[in-house]
Design a protein. Structure first.
Length: 138
């Protein structure tokens, strides 16, 4: 899988989430929105990978996780996110919603329509959504 595959997968998961919201499948929509962010972060990591370089073991291991904060650090975007949060209240609010996603959310039957819709908006909002911000770096 390469950077472009991850970018495509991220955008497809957002489209899937939109369809699931329309079908009132809120738990799955919430999960797939988070997965879209995970794929986008991994695309950012892939962009940093130079052809023919042998990757650092810790970077590789830290890249194969579902933890958005850890992926943000591996992508080298932690400080840039802090800067954006400090300068953009809308992005800060969206990041605050997205940062709590976990792959275990797929098992959370208590996710409501409001939560899923809010999460979808936090991911997809133009220009202040988390995915729009990540696309600058992928």
């Amino acid at each position: 899988m390469n950077r472009f595959d991850l970018q495509t997968m991220s955008e497809e998961r957002v489209a899937d989430a939109a369809a699931l919201l329309g079908a009132e499948r809120y738990q799955a929509a919430y999960y797939l929105c988070g997965y879209a962010i995970e794929c986008a972060l991994k695309a950012c990591i892939a962009r940093k990978t130079r052809e023919f370089d042998f990757p650092d073991r810790k970077v590789v291991n830290d890249s194969y996780v579902h933890d958005l904060t850890k992926l943000l650090n591996v992508a080298g975007l932690a400080q840039m996110r802090l800067d954006e949060v400090g300068n953009n209240d809308s992005f800060a609010a969206n990041w605050n919603i997205v940062q709590n996603w976990s792959e275990t959310s797929r098992y959370d039957a208590s996710i409501t329509m409001e939560q899923a819709t809010e999460f979808f908006f936090a991911v997809t909002n133009e220009p202040n959504g988390v995915l729009a911000w990540l696309k600058k770096w992928w």
